[in-house]
Design a protein around this ligand. Sequence first.
Ligand SMILES: [Zn+2]
Length: 326
Amino acid sequence: MADPFNFSNPLVLGEQSEYVPCALCGARDEESLFPALDKMFPGPERFSAVRCRRCGLVYLNPRPAREAHAAFYGGGYYCSADNAARAQPLEHYRPVIEFLEAERKSGAPGRVLDIGTGNSPFLPRMRELGWQVGGTEVDADLVDLFSKRHQIELYHGELEDAGLAGGSFDAVTVMGVLEHVPNPRSLLEEACRVLRPDGVMGLWCFNRSIEADLLGRFWLGFDTPRHLYSFSRRTLERLLKETGFVVEKLLFPPVNYLFYSGVWAAVRLRRRFRGGVHDPSDSGQPVYVPTLPFLLEKASLPLGILLAKMGRSSNMYVFARKRGPT
Ligand SMILES: [Zn+2]
């Protein structure tokens, strides 16, 4: 039977795509998991999700090369300058804020660097709490927007190019970023370098666990092709250890995407049958998953709580410290 989620076009990026070795163990020994569509903006490109046979890391291969990758953050992406209203609410950052506040030496102003700030309300809140704040952002429009809105100047570009002084921050944060960057190892190494000895990092990302295995290509926690990686607790902990961090605490919120992934699949299928094999006019129209009815939303909560208690929910907050000299 034809695959209804195969939009019938092979990978068309050509020279704009690249093959990469595993970012965790360096091997080129991968098994194919599934063809990965663009989850938000229907289009002709297809990618391949693979799992490293040596270390278990899941990633896109082939994937869009750096220049081509930027084009997948079209208007309407929740973290873009023309869609600022869809930014994550402050509540989303609360566990990280509480962790950093508990770390701050009494009365002393802390310095925090947020990597990949986007349009998040995190830095303005930290400034209110008395922190000196800095951030980086690759999207020039977001840098402008953030400056106008909050009078906070972000560094425009990748952290690795910012030339920050070593040991100059008490805390760094990496929230909703690690899956998106081409080289998560170099980002974390640089984050570690700019931290003072004993400095801390707050990180939030999706957690590849039971739900991801169950839902496969439909799992919304792997937003291909914007997400180039899909970390599990085990693969992330290994990467943090190898880049100079000691994980102190993990927190699993009761988030699950079971129903939402089903709704997403239904929306995509409906468009497919309305638009034929692939309707070019559909390109650029983001697929937002409608908010679930209240009861359905609540119906998924017990499952979320259970998975969270098992450390297997679809999100994770990770709190780590820069490892001292051994
Ligand atoms: Zn590997």
